[in-house]
Design a protein around this ligand. Sequence first.
Ligand SMILES: Nc1ncnc2c1ncn2[C@@H]1O[C@H](COP(=O)(O)OP(=O)(O)OP(=O)(O)O)[C@@H](O)[C@H]1O
Ligand SMILES: [Mg+2]
Length: 410
Amino acid sequence: MAASNLVVGLDIGTTKICCLVAEPNGEGGVDIRGMGTAKSTGMHKGMVTNIERTVNSIHQAVDEAQRMAGCRIDSAYLGVAGGHVSSFNTSGMIAVEGKTISQRDITRVQDAALALSIPLDREVLHTITQEYKVDDQPGILDPPFGMKGVRLEVQVHVITGAINAVHNVINCAIQAGLEVNDIVLESVASAEAVLTPEERQLGVALLDFGGGTTDIAVYSGSRIRHSAVLAMGGNNLTGDLAQSMHISLDSAEKLKIFHGCCLPGLVPQEQFIEVPALGDTGPEQVQLSVMCGLLEDRVDEIMEFINSEFIRSGFDEQINGVVVTGGSSLLKGVPELSRQVLEKPVRRGMPGHIGGLTEIVRDPKYSTAVGLCLYSLRQEEGINLRASGYKGGKTLWDKLRDRLASFFRG
Ligand SMILES: Nc1ncnc2c1ncn2[C@@H]1O[C@H](COP(=O)(O)OP(=O)(O)OP(=O)(O)O)[C@@H](O)[C@H]1O
Ligand SMILES: [Mg+2]
């Protein structure tokens, strides 16, 4: 990298790959200095299905971003998602015998929380401290250095992914000539870009409604409480239109973007649109509200899944509002229909805390890429958001290689 203070976020999404070069603005935000995007053709539902195509798209996006920023990009923060990602909450407890709590005690209690057996085919992506408890005093957000107590407890949120899927994303970046600074769950990154501190404190769910996946992150008391990835997104909406109206995926995508709305009541009932039928039968006229009914069915289904996930997480009561971002949040009617199904206030989330190329980047499609840049700035704020691969002096790549080797050895 030409200037050492620049950070790079690389979002390897199902429909597009986006590389952002950003400069910290000194106030907790970033100024975007360069941006490159490329169509993603080697990914399916957030997972790599074709390495060569993905590497080529990364090359394209990175080349464009470095030309615009006038610097050389040799490392990046990577986003990871896909149905293979799962999460759980766990806790650890140690005795501190009435002494003043030190860094050593914090490390010991964290180790106690993470003394669990992670299957060999899974990799820990994040271990995020939620809160500490000293004796009977809960709700301590920062490490309780200097406090005295008999018993120290910590609660952590652990996010894991299938090792092969994570390896494939990292491998693509490496083959494209990049060093990987860290891998970050996409919803965690997007949350950095779109949620306000007040929302995280009061309790909110972030939904990144993308092309291949819908990523969920639940925050309350300023900490992440639950995360999940649903392997369904805007591509399902396009696929439904193509299948039901007997048209190509390209035509369905265009119709969805130009005329789509997932609340048929919001479009004029008498409006018809021209649909390019497959074969040589010529274009057909379709009632717009009928097409919107198809979109409504699928968005309703996705929101029902999300509702079940909120209930399953045990944090439903603490979710006071929902922020929906990602490219599919741009579909007309998404906030309104989500509000009906989830029975909570819903707003569309645009990436914030940015300057520079804001006209292009202030779009929900770029929330993850902006969030990846912001994430790098938050590393030192006391919240352990780092990928576990950095522990023990080993690089992320070394650790993944070790785990892969033992996985294949059986
Ligand atoms: N104006 C719009 N109206 C409706 N849908 C839209 C609009 N703009 C983009 N989309 C949809 O957004 C989706 C792409 O969103 P996004 O760029 O967030 O996905 P991604 O990051 O590539 O994929 P993922 O995060 O799922 O891996 C596509 O399905 C696209 O059709
Ligand atoms: Mg995405």
